[in-house]
Design a protein around this ligand. Structure first.
Ligand SMILES: Nc1ncnc2c1ncn2[C@@H]1O[C@H](COP(=O)(O)OP(=O)(O)OP(=O)(O)O)[C@@H](O)[C@H]1O
Ligand SMILES: [Mg+2]
Length: 520
C-alpha cells in the first residue's frame, strides 16, 4: 500500500501549537494535531472497490492487516500527521461558536491520477473539538453514511465518498431516541474521502473572531488548490470564489430535489465549500412525495430542513458565508448580486430539472404550471416519488387515459384514490399528453432519456435499516447487496426488482426507517 502523500493542508495552513488532546477553544489555527484512538478488535465490513481504484490501491491491499489498521486508526502511516479541523457553524439558525471535527480525524492527503484526496476517519476518537461528545460513531449511522455517500455518487449527485466501513470492537453508549434510555451499541469507523472537507463554518469561525488574517490565509489556500482557475487572490477573485461556491451549492441542491434526498441537518458546518454533500446523519429519502417532510426528529417542530425548504436553506447558508467573507471584500453589493443570482438561477434550474424528469426537451411557457399541478397532484394522496417518476417513463402520449394505470403502483393507499383524485390525475395526463405532442422524441426514446434522470433504485430508509439489523448480528451480506445495487441506480436490475417497491407498512413508523434522531 503506497501513497503519494501531499499533505498540503497541514503544510500550508496555521496549526494549533498545543499538542495535548484536551477540549479547548483553538485560536488562529485551521487544525489541531491529534491521533486516532486505538480500537479493540477492528473488523472490516466493506470496502468500496471504486474508491480503492481512485486512490491507487488494489483489492489485495484492502485485504491486508495494514489496511485494516490504517483505516480504523490503529496504525498511523509513517510520515503522516493526523489532524482535526477547526470550524464553527450556524446550527438551526443560530450561531453555535466553535464546533470542529469532534469525531473526524484526517489521516493524510494524497495525489493520484492528478486528483487530490483527503482520507479521513469518522468516529475515530476524541479531539480538541469533541466538546461533550465521546468522539465515536455507532454501527447504524456508519452503515447509513457509507452506503448513502457511495449511492449518491452513482446517482450523479456531488458528494464526499467513502472507502471503507469497519466495526471497532468497542461499545458506544447512545440514547438513540433521546428518551432517556441509553444503551450500548457497536462502535464503527467509516473512512471518508473528499478533495477537501472544508465547510462554510471553516471560514465563519475566523470571521466571528475578527481574525481576518487567518481568514485570508484560508481563503487564499482554498482558491489556490480548489478554485485555481480563478487566479491570484484579489477582491475580484474573492467575489468570483463566492459566486462559484454559490453556484455549486445550488447545483448540489437541485440534484437533491431531483432524486428526493433530504439532508436533514443543513447547518453551515455541514455545507461543503466544494458544493459536495457532506455529513450523512439524519438524512432521508422521500418515499411519499411531500414538500413538508423532514427525516430529522430534532427538527420536527419547525421543519427547517424539510424537503421543500432545502433550496432556501442553501441560500440562508450562503448569506452566512457572504458575511464571513465580507471582511476580505468590504463591499456588500457584489455579494448581494451573487445571492440574488442564486434566487433567479434556482427558478431556472429547478424548472429545467423538472422538465428533464418529465422527459421534456423543448421549452413551453405553460411548463411551469404543468409542473406545479403535477406537484400538487403528487400530494393529493401518499405517492411514492421514485416509483411515480420511474413508471411515468412508460407513458404513451396517444393513450393518456392509461396514465393513471401506469403510475398506480406509486400510490400507498389505493383506496384513497377517490373519483375526485382520479379526475385530477386524468386531467393532468391529458395535458401531459398534449404537451408531449410538441416534442420530437418518440415515446421509446423519451423513455430511455427519462430513465437516465429518474432513478429506479434509491437507498430507501428501511433498506439501510435492514442492512443495519443484519450487520448488528454479524451478517454483512446486505451491505454488499445494497452497495452493488446502488452502483447502477438507473439500470434495470431484474434480480434486484424487490428493491423497486414502496416502503413496506412495518417501516412506516419504525425508528431508523422514517424518522431519525441526530444520535449517531
Ligand atoms: N460523538 C461525538 N463526539 C464528539 N463530537 C461530536 C460527536 N458527534 C458530533 N460531534 C460534533 O458535533 C458537531 C455537529 O455534529 P454533526 O452531527 O453535524 O457532525 P458529525 O456527524 O459528527 O460529522 P461530519 O459533519 O463530519 O459528518 C460537529 O462538530 C461534530 O464533530
Ligand atoms: Mg456535521
Amino acid at each position: 500500500m503506497k501513497f503519494n502523500i501531499k499533505d498540503r493542508f497541514i503544510k500550508e495552513l496555521p496549526a494549533d501549537p498545543i499538542l495535548e488532546n484536551s477540549r479547548r477553544q483553538v485560536l488562529k489555527a485551521c487544525f489541531s494535531y491529534v491521533e486516532p484512538k486505538k480500537t479493540a478488535k477492528p473488523e472490516l465490513l466493506h470496502v468500496s472497490d471504486e474508491m480503492l481504484t481512485n486512490l491507487g490501491l488494489s483489492e489485495a491491499d484492502s485485504h491486508s492487516e495494514h489496511f485494516l489498521n490504517v483505516f480504523t486508526g490503529n496504525t498511523v502511516l509513517e510520515n503522516t500527521k493526523p489532524y482535526a479541523m477547526c470550524y464553527g457553524g450556524h446550527q438551526f439558525g443560530n450561531w453555535a461558536g466553535q464546533l470542529g471535527d469532534g469525531r473526524a480525524i484526517n489521516l493524510f492527503e494524497i495525489e493520484h491520477d492528478n486528483k487530490s484526496w483527503v482520507l479521513q476517519l469518522k468516529g475515530a476518537g476524541e479531539t480538541p473539538y469533541s466538546r461533550s461528545g465521546d468522539g465515536l460513531a455507532v454501527l447504524r449511522s456508519s452503515v447509513r453514511e457509507y452506503l448513502c455517500s457511495e449511492a449518491m455518487y452513482h446517482l450523479g449527485v456531488p458528494t464526499t465518498r467513502a472507502l471503507s466501513i469497519a466495526i471497532t470492537g468497542d461499545n458506544v453508549l447512545r440514547d438513540m431516541l433521546y428518551d432517556g434510555n441509553s444503551a450500548y451499541e457497536k462502535g464503527a469507523v467509516v473512512s471518508r474521502i473528499s478533495p477537501s472537507f472544508l465547510r462554510f463554518g471553516s471560514y465563519e469561525i475566523f470571521s466571528s473572531r475578527q481574525d481576518v488574517e487567518s481568514l485570508k490565509t484560508l481563503v487564499d489556500y482554498t482558491i489556490k488548490h480548489h478554485f485555481s482557475r480563478l487566479g491570484a487572490p484579489s477582491k475580484e477573485t474573492y467575489i468570483q470564489f463566492f459566486a462559484e461556491v454559490s453556484q455549486r451549492t445550488l447545483e448540489m441542491i437541485i440534484h437533491w430535489q431531483r432524486v428526493g434526498f433530504v439532508h436533514g441537518v443543513m447547518n453551515t458546518d455541514n455545507m461543503s465549500i466544494l458544493g459536495l454533500t457532506i455529513d450523512y446523519g439524519p438524512y432521508g429519502w422521500l418515499e411519499d412525495f411531500s414538500y413538508g417532510w423532514t427525516p430529522n426528529t430534532t427538527d420536527i417542530q419547525h421543519k427547517r430542513y424539510r424537503y421543500g425548504n432545502q433550496p432556501n436553506m442553501g441560500l440562508w447558508n450562503l448569506y452566512q458565508l457572504a458575511n464571513a467573507l465580507y471582511p476580505l471584500i468590504e463591499d456588500a453589493e457584489p455579494l448581494e448580486t451573487v445571492l440574488n443570482q442564486y434566487k433567479t438561477d434556482f427558478d431556472v434550474e429547478s424548472l429545467k430539472m423538472m422538465r428533464s424528469k418529465l422527459g421534456l426537451e423543448n421549452e413551453d411557457e405553460l411548463d411551469k404550471l404543468l409542473i406545479q399541478d403535477l406537484e400538487d397532484n403528487l400530494q393529493l394522496s401518499e405517492t411514492d416519488m421514485t416509483i411515480f417518476f420511474r413508471n411515468l417513463s412508460r407513458f404513451n402520449k396517444e393513450n393518456p387515459s392509461e396514465g393513471l394505470k401506469i403510475v398506480a403502483d406509486a400510490f400507498y393507499v389505493p383506496t384513497e384514490i377517490s373519483d375526485k383524485i382520479r379526475q385530477e390525475w386524468n386531467e393532468w395526463f391529458q395535458r401531459y399528453a398534449k404537451r408531449l405532442q410538441n416534442e420530437t422524441l418518440s415515446d421509446a426514446d423519451r423513455r430511455i432519456q427519462m430513465n437516465t434522470i429518474n432513478p429506479k433504485y434509491v437507498l430507501r430508509n428501511y433498506m439501510s435499516q435492514l442492512a443495519i439489523d443484519d450487520a448488528d448480528k454479524g451478517d454483512y451480506r446486505l451491505i454488499d447487496e445494497l452497495y452493488q445495487l446502488l452502483k447502477q441506480p438507473y439500470t434495470e436490475q431484474p434480480k434486484y426488482e424487490k428493491w423497486f417497491a414502496k416502503r413496506p407498512d412495518w417501516a412506516k413508523h419504525k425508528a431508523g426507517c422514517s424518522m431519525l434522531s441526530c444520535s449517531s
